[in-house]
Unconditional design. Structure first.
Length: 165
């Protein structure tokens, strides 16, 4: 078993694989709230087997609690929910244009990593694809940039493809 070395391409595989040319029948296209880029859609199309099904999953982030109690002001607004639903619908439409079957939904959570991994397990997905920013120093990244795709990659038992862009 080997790990594919990082390449200069727009996306790369980030988990051990036996066959780098493997195609998958059940794919989770996930986002922690960022738009689904052209690179992520291309990555899914590149690894999809004939007749593959893609589950599109996006998170509307709940920002936390106030004084140990859930606070309605910290929940996603109607506009944030609508934005995530629109991003998910557009991704499904783009995948269908590439002749892939797709469905999906949006969930609100405080812990996107846990929900993404739970969604992959619940739907029998063989691989996870996510958009990501270029690698940054982990300390700085956690303080400034959203590093959820890297967290998913570290915690997942499934192969995780990160589409850099």
């Amino acid at each position: 078993m080997s790990v594919q070395a990082p390449t200069r391409s727009a996306w790369r595989h980030t988990a051990p694989v036996d066959d780098p040319d493997r195609r998958y029948r059940q794919i989770l296209l996930a986002s922690e709230g960022r738009p689904f880029s052209d690179e992520t859609i291309a990555q899914v199309a590149a690894i999809a087997a004939p007749g593959a099904h893609v589950r599109v999953f996006s998170v509307a982030r709940i920002h936390g609690v106030a004084f140990g109690m859930p606070n309605p002001g910290l929940l996603p607004t109607k506009a944030e929910w609508a934005e995530q639903r629109e991003l998910t619908a557009k991704a499904i439409k783009r995948l269908k244009r590439r002749r892939l079957t797709a469905d999906g939904h949006v969930v609100g959570t405080r812990n996107p990593t846990k929900m993404i991994l739970r969604e992959a397990t619940a739907h029998g997905c063989e691989v996870i694809v996510m958009g990501a920013d270029p690698d940054r120093n982990r300390v700085v990244g956690n303080a400034i940039w959203n590093q959820e795709p890297q967290r998913v990659r570290r915690k997942s038992k499934l192969p995780v493809y990160l589409a850099i862009g």
